[in-house]
Ligand binder design. Structure first.
Ligand code: IDP
Ligand code: MG
Length: 139
């Protein structure tokens, strides 16, 4: 039986800057168990599908170009209260507003290139995890 899970992805700016290890360490030290992880890539079309909910937003085209600009590290994480606790660990979307010590405050370059994704609900965590991984409910 799966515990409380969320989905994350280290974004192209943070992977390119060599921050994968530092970010993964913060995630584990905050008590999240890594259930699934890989280094992969999204085409612009696939990035468009992932961010479908934002397709009417002015930043959608730039966002999908950026998200397909280099490798990413998607992960499924497990911890009690995973979705909410993980959003607290990453900080606000805009790194200028992210609390000190959060992953975005430490590693984001801009509101767009903001280092990391975190699901905003249990339902979206399932959908987004399924976008990259199959059969993880067995782990
Ligand atoms: P979230 O990642 O904190 O949940 P969302 O509002 O869901 O933020 O936006 C998805 C992603 O779109 C953000 O993480 C960021 O990369 C990008 N984004 C959000 N707002 C802006 C903006 O105003 N300008 C450029 N990119 C943005
Ligand atoms: Mg969001």
């Amino acid at each position: 039986m799966a515990g409380n899970r969320t989905f994350t992805m280290i974004k192209p700016d943070a992977v390119a800057a060599g921050n994968t290890g530092a970010i993964t360490k913060m995630i584990e030290e905050a008590g999240f168990k890594i259930i699934a992880m890989k280094k992969t890539y999204m085409s612009k079309d696939r990035a468009g599908q992932f961010y479908e909910v934002h397709k009417e937003r002015p930043f959608y085209n730039d966002l999908t170009t950026y998200m397909s600009s280099g490798p990413i590290i998607p992960m499924i994480l497990e911890k009690e209260n995973a979705v909410e606790d993980f959003r607290a660990l990453i900080g606000a979307t805009n790194p200028k507003e992210a609390a000190p010590g959060t992953i975005r405050a430490l590693f984001a370059k801009s509101i767009e290139a903001n280092a990391i994704h975190g699901s905003d609900s249990d339902d979206n965590a399932k959908i987004e995890g399924g976008f990259f991984f199959s059969h993880t409910e067995q782990f």
